[in-house]
Design a protein around this ligand. Structure first.
Ligand code: FRU
Length: 485
């Protein structure tokens, strides 16, 4: 049973959806097959789980504005990771311990129930932040009953303590929480529990100035710890890294450490931090292990505070979207990300060019254009000439085999200039592209690197052009992708 306050908040949010439905639907930048909010602002993926044969994906949602605020948990479900149903709102910030937002968290299944863990965010009378890690339980996966806080802020940390990710190992539950130490250092903090309600603090397992890492940011958000191909992986979104060579040029980062977790000692030995995505828009990813045994990831295709007020979609009362779902694998100590194979059901009208040849020129290929397009480019022959693909005159991917450098550039959202992101890459043999009405995800070499970005050019420009500074050839397949949303 929902409380009066919950019902009120649900009602206000649905009213907001109805009020702007038409305006939102008129935006040419509405995506065709990416998860978006019906109105307002979407950020982190939350509570991602495969529960009784159905995928549930919740998301941080501010229904009332295209800015951050007191977040709700919106909810989508799917049986195939492609076709999504918009479900009733899961959580609204109705209680004292979450009055300024039901912040990010995760889901587990226990005794046939779907259980959510999330952060209750409070700004108190003095204007200070308070944080409570809370639980909500559902019998049917659709309606949630709140049980209140189960973890309180421990000593040694500021109130930037949030985003619980919970999992089970043998007969013990664990939670990893994003935190800031009192000295202003980012942390991932581990807890354990036998019953999901009583939690023991085990301590920090990684963080700035821990495990030989050096200075590594003032806050770590949205941690996620899981086993992948026999190793333990900690994903985290650190805030406060300075740009370093080609890396860390977005305002905030999202990446991972590969290591070995000693659960007895609550210690995580790990290697270096590696960014998961090389594009402009990727943050706060979350994974789940599905019933087929795959580790699947969704990311938010956005970055907090990064030019959000310049997104043109805010004029249509909405902002941001998720990435497509990606399957993770660990090869030679590196995470590879591949679009899940289910996405192939989106394909329509295949066009194939078995032998494209470029010789220092720029070409367009008949029918290789569109609003929602998948492209597979392989058998790339050149070892010296560059390969360039430009999209709608607003974004460009370039690989330079001499410099061994992949580059993505797009028209800045804020200024009249192109902006760039780079990533070193030894060689390039395959490019797999997912283009949507205002997004572009480029997977290189079967997921060795990924560039994800929003792009906002002229909505009626659907051109795709290919060029090279020398002699090069490749095979190309292209599909139109069906509209889901
Ligand atoms: C990450 C984040 C989380 C927080 C949520 C609030 O983007 O800041 O740390 O729980 O968003 O919406």
């Amino acid at each position: 049973m929902y409380s009066k306050r919950e019902k009120e908040l649900f009602h206000q949010a649905y009213q907001e959806v109805d009020k702007h439905k038409y305006t939102v639907s008129q935006d040419p930048f509405r995506l065709h097959y990416h998860i978006m909010p019906p109105v307002g602002l979407l950020n982190d993926p939350n509570g991602f789980i495969h529960f009784k044969g159905v995928y549930h994906l919740f998301y941080q949602w501010n229904p009332f504005a295209t800015e951050h605020g007191s977040k709700f948990w919106g909810h989508f479900s799917s049986t195939d990771l492609v076709n999504w149903v918009e479900e009733p709102i899961a959580l609204a910030p109705s209680e004292w311990y979450e009055k300024n937002g039901c912040y990010s968290g995760s889901a587990v299944e226990h005794e046939g129930k779907l259980i959510l863990f999330y952060t209750g965010n409070v700004k108190n009378k003095e204007g200070n932040r308070e944080t409570y890690q809370c639980i909500a339980i559902s019998e049917d996966g659709l309606h949630f009953q709140k049980k209140g806080p189960v973890i309180h802020l421990p000593k040694g940390y500021t109130a930037h303590f949030r985003d619980p990710k919970v999992w089970k190992k043998k007969d013990t539950w664990y939670a990893v929480i994003g935190a800031q130490s009192e000295r202003g250092e980012g942390r991932a903090v581990l807890y354990s529990s036998k019953d999901l309600f009583t939690w023991n603090l085990l301590g920090p397992i990684a963080g700035s100035n821990l495990n030989g890492l050096g200075n590594f940011g003032f806050m770590w958000e949205c941690p996620d710890l899981f086993e992948l191909n026999g190793h333990d992986v900690l994903i985290v979104s650190p805030q406060g890294l300075n740009p370093k060579g080609y890396f860390y040029h977005n305002l905030y980062q999202a990446g991972y450490f590969v290591g070995q977790m000693d659960y007895e000692k609550a210690a995580f030995k790990h290697g270096e931090f590696v960014e998961l995505d090389r594009g402009f828009d990727f943050y706060a990813p979350q994974t789940t292990l599905d019933e087929k045994g795959r580790r699947i990831l969704f990311g938010w295709m956005g970055v907090p505070e990064e030019n959000e007020s310049y997104h043109p979609t805010i004029h249509y009362h909405w902002i941001h979207c998720m990435t497509i779902p990606r399957k993770l694998e660990l090869k030679n100590g590196k995470i590879y990300q591949q679009p899940v194979e289910e996405l192939q059901v989106l394909r329509d009208k295949q066009v194939a060019y078995p032998n494209v040849h470029l010789n220092g020129n720029t070409i367009e290929l008949e029918q290789v254009k569109g609003k929602a397009v998948e492209m597979m480019i392989d058998s790339i022959t050149s070892h010296t000439a560059s390969i360039e693909i430009s999209f709608r005159g607003t974004a460009r991917f370039i690989y330079d085999p001499i410099e061994k450098l992949a580059t993505f550039e797009r028209q800045s959202l804020k200024e009249n200039k192109m902006e760039k992101r780079h990533c070193p890459l030894q060689s390039l043999h395959k490019i797999h592209i997912f283009l949507d009405a205002s997004s572009l995800e480029i997977f290189l070499n079967d997921g060795e690197e990924v560039f994800s970005s929003r792009i906002f050019g002229n909505p009626s420009d659907e051109t795709i052009m290919f060029s090279s500074n020398g002699d090069t050839g490749f095979h190309l397949k292209k599909w139109n992708l069906k509209k889901i949303f």
